[in-house]
Structure formats: C-alpha cells, structure tokens
Ligand binder design. Structure first.
Ligand code: GLN
Length: 485
C-alpha cells in the first residue's frame, strides 16, 4: 500500500491499530517528494529533519496508547504564507527570499498541538496574487494531472502536493478563490471558511478583509478533521469570531433529505465551459437523488464582483505591502545611496510584475480625490453583493455552482493577459466579498482527463452544513479516478 496516498482518517485508524507508524508514513511522503517534486515543483522549502523528529514523537504517543487526535503523526504541507518558527517563509516573493519567521502563526501552532508533522512550505503566487502559481517569484508549479497545465492558484503548491501524494493534506489561504480554484484544478477538496472562523495571526497579509485560512484534502472527512483543528477564536486576531467550533467530523451524516440547493442562474451558461457545466449539473442531480430539492436562485450583482474585488483587494494590499521596505524584513538592495533610493531599489527588485500592478492599482484607488469614486463605490457594491447572497439563502439552504469556469489551463496561457487570469475566479470571488463559507469538491474528469470541482456555498458559520452536503455528494458520487502521476 502506498502510504503517501491515503486519507487522514484511514492513516489514523492504521496508526491506532499499530499497522503503521508516523515514521513510515512520513518517510513514504518524503520519498514520494524525491520521486515527483522535480516535475511538479510543489515545495519551496522542505523541513525533513523536523518532520522526522515530530513523527518519532507521534509514534511514542501511539505506542503509549495516547495519541493527540486524528491529525497526530500525519504529514501536512503548508503554503509558504504561514509563519513557521525558524523556517524560511517567503510568501512566494523574492523580497522575502531570506526571511526566517520568528514565531509560528496560530494555524501552525494548532497543527503542532494536534501532533501534525509539517513537511515543508508550499509554492504560491507572490503574496497570493494569482490564479496559476506562475506569479511565484521562484518557479511555477505544474499540475500533477497534466504537467503542461497550471495547478491553479494562488495555493497551487498546496493543491498539487495533495494531488501528487507529496503531503497527506495541506493548508492554503483564499482571498478570492485561492483554495477552491486550485482544489478544483487538482481534483482535491478545498474549503474557504467563513471570514473570522480561522485565525489569520501569523499569516502574511494580502487583503485583510478577504483573506481566510483553510484546508486542502483528499476527501470531505479529512477536510472536516483539518478545519476542526485550525478553527476557533484567537485573542491575537481581533477579527476571529468568538464562537464555539462544532465537532465537524461527527456531524457528517450524509443526510440531505428535504434540503434546498439553490442553483444561481448567473453561474451557469455564458463563460462556463460546457464540459464543466455538465459535470456540475450532474453533481446537482446526485444531490437530488439523495432527497435534496433543486431551486433556481439569482445573484444579479455577480457581474460586478470581479471589478469590486480588484478595487478592494489591491487597495488593502497596497497598504499591507508598504511594510516591505528593506528595513524591517527580508532582502535589502545592495549599494544604494540614501534611504529613498534604498526603498525604491529594494521594492523594484524584490516585487514581481503582478504585485507592482496591484500596488499601483490600490494606491491609485485610495488616493485623495479618487477614494469615493473607486474604494467607496466598491464598498457599496460589496454590501449589495452580500445582501443578494442573504436573499438567496432565504430561498435555499446551500448554493451550488462550478468552482471555476474551465478546467486547468496550459502554463503560460494567461500570464500576459491579467484580465483573463482574473476571470478564473468569477465564481469564487463573490463568497469572499460576502464573507460566507464555500468549498470545492471534485465532481468528475473532463474528456481531456482533467478534474473539475463543484462549488458549494453556505451562509456564514455553516461549515458543518457545507461539509455535510459535500459528504452526501461524495457518497453518491463514489470514488474518483486517481491522479495518473
Ligand atoms: N486569483 C485572485 C487574485 O489574484 C485570488 C487570489 C487569492 O485568493 N489569494 O487575487
């Protein structure tokens, strides 16, 4: 049996019965990395020694019959946006090439407290800006299903690693779709929790009112396990919600009898590739077969969502990225004369083209005289989008749409056309704008052999419902074809 390819829950059962050890699982994952990462390029940094040490400690706990929980001894990869004490943390940017994090972010501390074995830091678009991982300041990641295609982004390294068996599960972040779209392109489950459900402390900020941390996993049960581990109130993040965390895995009953599933008309048809639409409609029928009722709903402001996002996200990013000045963090340009020249050269050399584009956009949108016309207006549209989402939830318990309009596209296909790249997130962005929760669950393979994800959206703090509907669908769908790599 290939240990690196198993789910968290399967491995946990095997660990408890003594059928395997965390050391064996972790070795299996690292030999898989040695075998395929030269082709996939998921990792920016490996933490092999620390991982083997953590695995040994997990084995001691299992031997004593006292494991910490379902994640104890399980190899987890983390996007390189999470601060990890003593480990290089770049956010995919040259400007942080040499930055070693001085402490663990909260999600990382919670993983460690649960006994998880951290395998390393996963590639991403620079500062999470992108939909293909081609904006990484280091190298692009390839899609394990077809190495000539992108894995999606910005958490492309996380999705590709899970799909390729280079981690049992992974953490990503999602500002406009960065967990769900790569999950869809790589055939894994990816969940963006409600804004505030998971602490952002120790996560390098992109757009603070939209960013959320979430899991990428092989199946829905694993997703419930990982979310349960990282969710919860954190005094170190004032935007984290002070609400109890349900025991997500125990709530997976698969019962959706009598539930209403809304199909937003704006998310089907125009702009959605027919092969994708067909698979998502089949997912809707599968839920219907389980006793759910399908109802049409409308989100008319969907057409403004991408434009709204590209005002709000760059505005917040331009402010968050002001801190990279060559003084406090990371790389400083050499041989400069005077402070201003040092700032200018450090930022010119350190940031890539997409990040510079966003800083300029954001700075412009926030500048005196334009603030009301752009940022103020975008905030008003944001409220409108949120209200429409609430109205849809008055008619349906949950919404279903495609995660992305197309399957994974070829590397270099959209890199020179930012607007086309931005449209990859047309179905996912409204969820971040509204602040609710959503996940992508694999719903089939196109005739070209590429995975497609179905996107389920729930009201805020209804992750239990979201996971249960996805679980019901997964039961009805049955096992999927395995990644051919
Ligand atoms: N692709 C979107 C962007 O480039 C979303 C990224 C994200 O969710 N971090 O901003």
């Amino acid at each position: 049996m290939k240990l690196y390819n198993q789910t968290i829950h399967k491995l946990h059962t095997m660990l408890k019965s003594g059928e395997t050890t965390s050391t064996a699982i972790t070795e299996s994952v690292f030999s898989r990395i040695d075998e395929v990462d030269g082709k996939v390029h998921s990792y920016l940094t490996l933490t092999r020694d620390q991982a083997m040490e953590a695995a040994g400690k997990a084995d001691d706990r299992y031997r004593k019959g006292d494991p910490l929980g379902a994640l104890d001894g399980i190899p987890v990869g983390v996007k390189d946006i999470f601060l990890t004490e003593g480990v290089r943390t770049t956010a995919g940017s040259k400007i942080l090439d040499n930055f070693v994090a001085p402490y663990d972010g909260t999600a990382i501390s919670l993983l460690r407290q649960a006994g998880a074995v951290i395998t390393g830091k996963l590639n991403m678009d620079e500062f999470a800006m992108g939909s293909s991982t081609e904006n990484s300041g280091f190298f692009p990641t390839c899609n394990p299903w077809d190495l000539s295609k992108v894995p999606g982004g910005s958490s492309g390294g996380s999705a590709a690693a899970v799909a390729a068996g280079e981690a049992v599960c992974a953490l990503g972040t999602d500002t406009g779709g960065s967990i769900r779209q790569p999950a869809s392109h790589c055939g894994v489950v990816g969940l963006k929790p409600t804004y505030g459900r998971v602490s952002r402390y120790g996560v390098i900020a992109f757009a603070s009112s939209l960013d959320q941390v979430g899991p990428l996993t092989r199946d829905v049960t694993d997703c419930a396990v990982l979310l349960g581990t990282i969710a919860g109130h954190d005094p170190a993040d004032s935007t984290s919600a002070d609400l109890p965390v349900p025991d997500y895995p125990s709530l997976l009953t698969g019962d959706v009898e009598g539930m209403t599933v809304g199909l937003p008309e704006e998310y089907f048809g125009q702009g959605i590739e027919p092969g994708v639409e067909e698979l998502v409609r089949r997912a809707a029928s599968a839920l219907e077969a389980r006793g759910a009722r399908l109802v049409p709903v409308s989100l008319p402001s969907t057409k403004y969502a991408v434009a709204t996002y590209y005002i709000i996200a760059p505005a917040e990013a331009s402010s968050n990225l002001a801190r990279y000045d060559g003084v406090r963090f990371g790389v400083r340009a050499a041989d400069t004369e005077g402070l201003i020249e040092m700032y200018r050269r450090t930022r010119s050399q350190g940031f890539g083209p997409e990040v510079k584009r966003r800083i300029m956009l954001g700075t412009f949108a926030l500048s005196a005289g334009y603030y009301d016309a752009y940022y103020g207006k975008a905030q008003r549209v944001r409220t409108m989008i949120r209200r429409e989402m609430d109205e849809a939830f008055a008619k349906a318990d949950i919404l279903l749409s495609p995660t992305a309009p197309t399957p994974a596209f070829p590397l270099e296909d959209k890199i020179d056309d930012p607007l086309q790249m931005y449209l990859s997130d047309i179905c996912t962005i409204p969820v971040n704008i509204a602040g609710c929760a959503a996940l992508s669950v694999p719903c089939g393979i196109t005739k070209d052999g590429l995975p497609v994800g179905a996107h389920l959206i729930s009201p805020a703090f209804k992750e239990d419902l979201l996971l249960n509907v996805a679980y019901a669908y997964e039961q009805e769908r049955g096992p999927l074809t395995e990644c051919p790599l």
